[in-house]
Design a binder for this molecule. Structure first.
Ligand code: SF4
Length: 108
C-alpha cells in the first residue's frame, strides 16, 4: 500500500502511549510522576478526559497546529502507527499479568 492510499490514523485506545509519557518531552506536563498520564484511568484502561484530551493527544489536531514538523500528514500517520506498535510491544503485560486480569491493560 502506498502512503497516499493509507487510511487516516485511528486510535484504538490501547492506552500504551498514555502509560509511556517519559518517552517524549511533549507529554511531560501530563506525567503523574510514574510515566503514566494523570488523566489515565487505571481501572478502565481509558483516558478519563478523552473528549477534552489535550492537543498533543489528538493526532490530526496536533498536526494541524504544527506540533509535528517536517512530515506530510500521511508520513505522520505512518510514523504514529509505527510508534503505537513499538509502544504496545514495550508495554505488553507478562503472560502472568494477563492471566491475573483476563485482559490486556489499556485495551478497550
Ligand atoms: S490526556 Fe488522555 S489520551 Fe492524553 S495521554 Fe492522558 S490519558 Fe492518554
Amino acid at each position: 500500500m502506498t502512503s497516499a492510499a493509507m487510511p487516516p490514523f485511528a486510535c484504538d485506545r490501547c492506552g500504551a502511549c498514555c502509560r509511556s509519557l517519559a518517552l517524549h518531552a511533549l507529554y511531560q506536563p501530563l506525567d503523574r510522576g510514574d510515566g503514566v498520564c494523570r488523566h489515565f484511568d487505571d481501572a478502565s484502561g481509558l483516558c478519563a478526559v478523552y473528549a477534552e484530551r489535550p492537543l498533543q493527544c489528538r493526532i490530526d489536531a496536533a498536526y494541524d497546529a504544527g506540533l509535528v514538523g517536517g512530515l506530510t500528514r500521511s508520513e505522520y500517520h505512518a510514523a504514529t502507527r509505527a510508534a503505537c506498535d513499538a509502544l504496545r510491544a514495550r508495554t505488553a503485560p507478562s503472560p502472568q499479568q494477563e492471566g491475573e486480569t483476563g485482559r490486556v491493560p489499556g485495551a478497550t
